[in-house]
Design a protein around this ligand. Structure first.
Ligand code: B3K
Ligand code: ZN
Length: 863
C-alpha cells in the first residue's frame, strides 16, 4: 500500500474555478454530467491533468465541447494530455448508489439519497481534483422522479425548481462560496422539515431547516434550538456571522460517523439530531447540542478557511472541537457546570486519546504520514488537537486568543491553509514567540511531568521535570512548552500571604525547572495543572493528606475531582485501603446540598479501565477489572445511607427539562440506584422496577433497566422485553437495547456469559452489520466498551472480534477499521492474553481483499 507524506506536498498543476453538476438520480444507475472551467497553474507548462475517480463508469470526456478519446483510465484516476491553459472540461459518468455499502460518495439509506464526501468521497461521484486546496464555486442541478424523491437539496441557495416529463422534476442550487469538493453534498427523497427564521447580528433574515423522515418530526426541536444557540454564540464570542441565507440540517440513519459540515447542508447521523424525552437520554441531548454546534462552527473554521491538505486536518478539527467545548461549557449555565464539562472532556481524552498516543497508531496532531486518511479522524487530531488550541488560549489569554482568531480570518478567509498559518496568526497578533510551542504539532506521545516538592527553612520548592515516551518513528523528543496553572494552598500562615495565594501560570519550557516560594511557616499544598491546563500525565506522589485537602477545599473543581481520582487509582492499582478520612470526606461531598449533583456524580465515577491500563507496565485486565469493582463495592457499602439519601433527594418532577441541573440530578440518582444495588440494599430491586415503570424520560428508564440487567434482577428479562416491544419502531432506542446488553458487567463466576449473550443477539432479527449504528451498538460496544467482559485469557472473544473485522471489511471499511483498533494495545497485555490477541490479529492480516483502512491498522499493530 502507498504511504502519503506531508513533506511531499505539491500545489496542484491545475485549478478549477467553476463546477456545474447535472445529476439524474436513480438508485440503480445515477448519471452525472460534470462541466468544469479549468486553468493551468503558473509554471505548469506541459503537465497532464490527473483527476481522481473511483467506482464509476466513465461515459464521455469533452474538452471545449470536443470529444476526447486519448485519455488514460485506471481504477483510481483519469489522465488527460495536451490540454490548453484554460478550457471547459465536461465529463459524463455513472455510479450505482444502491450498491454502495461503504457510505462514502453517493448512497441510498432507507430509500433516500445522501452523500458523504470528506475526505475522498467526491471522487466516487465524478472525476475531479479531489483535494482540499482546489476550491471552486458550484452550481448543481438535481433531477429525480418526483413521487419517490419529492425533496431535492444541495449546497447554498435554491434558485430554480421545475417539473419535467415522465414524472420527473429538478432543482437548481447555487453555492456562492468557493469550496473544496469534500464539502459538496446532495440529499434527495421523502423528507419533511421544521423551519425557523432568525435575524443574524447584522439584521439579515436566515432560514433554518431541520429535515427528517415524517415520523421523526416530533424529535427535531432540540436540534433546532441548539442550532440557534450556536449561531448566537459564534456571533458573540468570535464575531462570526452565518454567511448564507439558508442553513439546513438533514438526518440520516446510515452514517459512518457523527455528522458532516457540508456547506449550508449539514448531514447528521440521526443519533445526533433526533430527541424527545421518551426516546433520548440526557447524554443524547447534550451530544446533539455539541455536534450541532460543532458542524455549525465548521462554517468558519473549516469551510471559509479550509485545510491545504489532509495532514492539516487538526487545523479545522482541533479548533472546531475547542469551539464546541467552549460553547457547551457556556451552555451549562453555572461555574460548576463548566467544570463538569471540562472533567467530561478530560475523561474522554484520558480514556481514548492517551491509549492512542501510547500505541502503534500514535501520531502527532498534524501527522507526517498516512496510508488511509480515514484512519486519521482520531481522538488525537480532534481531542488532543483541541487541547493544543486551548493551551494557546491559556498562554495568550482570552482576549489575545480572540485577536489571533480575528487575524487568522483577516489573512486567510477563502483560502486553504496550514496549522503553521494558524499559529502564526496567534503569534503575530500577540507578539508572542510560539516556536517551541509548535512542537505540540509535530511530536506525538503524552508528555509526563514529574513533580518533586521540598520544604526546608521556610522555603518551598517544586521541581518540574518533563519527558515524553518514544512513539513510532520518534525515538527522542524536544521539550514541550507546557502551560501549568497552579496555586499554592495553605499559605495563610505565611508572613506575606499575598505572595502566593493567587492562581498563577508557569510556562515549563525546559527539561527541568523549579518554582520557589519563600517565607512559608509550613509546607503548603500544591494544586497544579489546574483545570487540566496541559494534556499531560503528572507523576506526583502527593501525600494522602494533601490530596484530601484538595478534595475538600480546592476551589479549582477539576483538581478537587482529580484528587479523588488519584486516591481511587491508588486503591485500584496498589490495593491501598480507603481510609476513614477519605470515606468521611466522600460522604460529606455526597451529602453536601450546595454541590452540583453532576459534579458529585463525576467524583464517584471511577477511572476507566482503559485509562488504568495506561498506568501499568503489564496489563492484567481481569485483575484491574476486579479491583475496580471491589473499590466500587466499598464505596457502595460504606456510604449506603448517603446513597439512599441521594436517591431520594434527586427527583426531577414535572415536565422533562434537559438542562444541565436537571440532567445532573438524574445522573446522580441513577448512580445512587446503582450503588444501592451494589451494596445489597433490600429495597434496591423495587426502586429499580418502580423507576422503570414510572419514568417519563429515557434517562431514568434506561438507568433503571441498566441496573436491573447489571445486577441480574428478577425483573430484568421482562423489562428488557418490554423495552424492546415499546420502542421497536425506533432504531436509535433499539441501538440502546443492544448496547445495554453488550456492555453489561461480566458475571465473575461465569466470565463467558456476556459473550454468549452477544452471540445470541448477533442472530436477533433486528441486528444488521450494514447499519453502522447497529453494528456499533453490539459489536464495537462489546469489544471496545466492555473490557471486563471482553478481555479473557482465552481465544473466544478475540476470535469474535477478528471475525467481525473481517466481515465488516467487505461491507464498510471505515466501520471495520474502527473496530480493528480494538486490540491496539495488545503488546502491553500479560502473555496469557497476548497469545490469543496476536492470533486474532494475524487471522485478519492474512485475509486478501483487506481495505487500506483495515490493512493500515492491523499492519501497524503487528509491526
Ligand atoms: N468532518 C467530519 C468528519 C468526516 C470524516 C470522514 N471520514 C465531521 C466533523 O468532524 O465535523
Ligand atoms: Zn469536525
Amino acid at each position: 500500500s502507498i504511504t502519503f507524506l506531508r513533506s511531499e506536498y505539491k500545489a496542484p498543476a491545475f485549478t478549477i474555478q467553476t463546477v456545474d453538476l447535472d445529476i439524474a438520480l436513480n438508485p440503480s444507475k445515477t448519471m452525472v454530467v460534470n462541466r468544469m472551467m479549468i486553468q493551468r497553474a503558473a509554471g505548469q507548462i506541459g503537465q497532464s491533468l490527473v483527476l481522481h475517480g473511483e467506482e464509476q463508469e466513465l461515459i464521455s470526456v469533452r474538452v471545449n465541447g470536443e470529444i476526447v478519446r486519448g485519455y488514460e483510465l485506471t481504477p483510481h484516476s483519469l489522465t488527460i494530455h495536451n490540454l490548453p491553459d484554460q478550457f471547459e472540461l465536461s465529463i459524463t459518468s455513472a455510479n450505482i448508489p444502491e450498491k454502495n455499502t461503504s457510505l462514502m460518495g453517493l448512497y441510498v439509506s432507507n430509500g433516500n439519497f445522501f452523500t458523504q464526501c470528506e475526505a475522498e468521497g467526491f471522487r466516487k461521484i465524478t472525476y475531479f481534483l479531489d483535494r482540499p486546496d482546489v476550491m471552486a464555486t458550484y452550481q448543481v442541478t438535481l433531477r429525480a422522479i418526483k413521487k419517490d424523491f419529492p425533496v431535492l437539496l444541495s449546497n447554498g441557495n435554491l434558485i430554480k425548481e421545475e417539473e419535467l416529463p415522465n414524472g420527473w422534476h429538478s432543482a437548481v442550487w447555487q453555492d456562492p462560496f468557493p469550496k473544496p469538493s469534500y464539502l459538496f453534498a446532495l440529499v434527495a427523497g421523502k423528507l419533511q422539515s421544521i423551519e425557523r427564521t432568525i435575524k443574524s447580528q447584522s439584521g439579515k433574515d436566515k432560514l433554518l431547516q431541520v429535515w427528517v423522515e415524517a415520523k421523526d418530526l416530533d424529535k427535531t426541536e432540540h436540534a433546532m434550538d441548539s442550532l440557534i444557540a450556536s449561531i448566537k454564540w459564534d456571533e458573540q464570542r468570535f464575531g462570526l456571522e452565518l454567511d448564507l441565507d439558508r442553513f439546513m440540517i438533514v438526518a440520516v440513519g446510515d452514517f459512518n460517523m457523527g455528522a458532516m459540515e457540508n456547506k449550508g447542508l449539514n448531514i447528521f447521523n440521526t443519533k445526533f439530531v433526533l430527541a424527545n424525552p421518551e426516546t433520548a437520554s440526557d447524554v443524547d441531548y447534550s451530544n446533539i447540542e455539541s455536534v450541532v454546534a460543532h458542524e455549525y462552527f465548521h462554517n468558519w473554521t473549516g469551510n471559509r478557511v479550509t485545510c491545504r491538505d489532509w495532514f492539516q486536518l487538526s487545523l479545522k478539527e482541533g479548533l472546531t472541537v475547542f469551539r464546541d467545548q467552549e460553547f457547551s461549557a457556556d451552555q451549562m449555565g453555572s461555574a460548576s457546570g463548566k467544570a463538569v464539562k471540562r472533567i467530561e472532556d478530560v475523561r474522554l481524552l484520558r480514556q481514548v486519546q492517551f491509549p492512542e498516543d501510547a500505541g502503534p497508531m500514535a501520531h502527532p496532531i498534524r501527522p507526517d504520514s498516512y496510508q488511509e486518511i480515514n484512519n486519521f479522524y482520531t481522538v488525537t487530531v480532534y481531542e488532543k488537537g483541541a487541547e493544543i488550541i486551548r493551551m494557546q488560549q491559556t498562554l495568550l489569554g482570552r482576549e489575545g486568543f480572540r485577536k489571533g482568531m480575528d487575524l487568522y480570518f483577516k489573512r486567510h478567509d477563502g483560502q486553504a491553509v496550514t496549522c503553521d498559518d494558524f499559529v502564526s496568526a496567534m503569534s503575530d497578533a500577540n507578539q508572542k514567540d510560539l516556536t517551541e510551542f509548535k512542537r505540540w504539532y509535530s511530536q506525538a506521545g503524552t508528555p509526563r511531568v514529574k513533580v518533586e516538592e521540598s520544604f526546608a527553612g521556610n522555603t518551598y520548592q517544586v521541581k518540574l521535570t518533563q519527558s515524553c515516551p518514544a512513539t513510532p518513528g520518534q525515538d527522542t523528543k524536544e521539550p514541550f512548552h507546557i502551560p501549568l496553572l497552579y496555586k499554592i494552598l495553605g499559605t495563610e500562615s505565611s508572613s506575606d500571604s499575598s505572595k502566593a495565594s493567587n492562581e498563577q501560570l508557569f510556562e515549563l519550557t525546559q527539561t527541568s525547572q523549579t518554582i520557589t516560594v519563600e517565607g512559608l511557616k509550613q509546607k503548603p499544598t500544591l494544586s497544579i495543572n489546574r483545570n487540566f491546563s496541559a494534556p499531560i500525565v503528572l507523576d506526583f506522589e502527593q501525600s494522602e493528606s494533601d490530596l484530601l485537602t484538595l478534595l475538600r477545599q480546592d476551589e479549582d473543581a477539576f483538581n478537587r475531582w482529580e484528587a479523588a481520582q488519584k486516591l481511587f487509582m491508588r486503591s485500584i492499582l496498589n490495593g491501598a485501603t480507603l481510609t476513614s478520612d477519605l470515606l468521611n470526606t466522600l460522604k460529606e461531598i455526597l451529602l453536601d446540598g450546595q454541590l452540583d449533583p453532576a459534579f458529585k456524580d463525576l467524583i464517584f465515577t471511577l477511572p476507566a479501565e482503559s485509562y488504568l491500563y495506561e498506568q501499568v507496565k503489564v496489563i492484567d485486565p481481569q485483575a484491574i477489572h476486579q479491583s475496580r469493582r471491589k473499590l466500587r463495592h466499598q464505596l457502595a457499602h460504606h456510604l449506603q445511607e448517603a446513597w439512599l439519601w441521594a436517591y431520594e433527594h434527586h427527583q426531577t418532577p414535572g415536565k422533562f427539562n434537559p438542562d444541565a441541573m436537571s440532567a445532573g440530578k438524574r445522573s446522580l440518582k441513577n448512580l445512587a440506584l446503582h450503588m444501592l444495588s451494589e451494596s445489597g440494599h433490600a429495597g434496591a430491586g423495587d426502586f429499580a422496577l418502580k423507576q422503570y415503570e414510572n419514568a417519563n424520560n429515557m434517562t431514568e428508564r434506561y438507568g433503571a433497566l441498566a441496573v436491573m440487567v447489571n445486577f441480574a434482577s428478577a425483573h430484568a428479562a421482562k423489562c428488557l422485553q418490554h423495552f424492546h416491544q415499546t420502542f421497536q419502531s425506533d432504531a436509535l432506542v433499539i441501538d440502546k437495547w443492544f448496547a445495554l446488553q453488550a456492555t453489561r458487567q461480566s458475571d465473575l463466576s461465569n466470565p463467558r456469559s456476556v459473550l454468549k449473550d452477544v452471540l445470541a443477539l448477533r442472530q436477533h432479527p433486528d441486528f444488521s452489520l450494514k447499519n453502522p449504528n447497529r453494528a456499533r451498538s453490539l459489536i464495537h460496544a462489546f469489544c471496545m466498551n466492555n473490557p471486563g467482559a471482553f478481555h479473557q485469557p482465552e481465544a473466544a472473544s478475540y476470535e469474535f472480534w477478528a471475525k467481525h473485522v473481517i466481515e465488516l471489511n467487505q461491507i464498510n471499511p471505515q466501520v471495520a477499521a474502527r473496530l480493528a483498533r480494538g486490540l491496539d494495545r495488545w503488546k502491553q497485555f500479560a502473555p496469557n492474553y497476548q497469545v490469543h490477541m496476536k492470533s486474532a490479529l494475524e487471522l485478519i492480516a492474512k485475509q486478501d481483499n483487506l481495505s487500506s483502512d483495515v490493512a493500515e491498522v492491523i499492519e501497524k499493530a503487528l509491526n
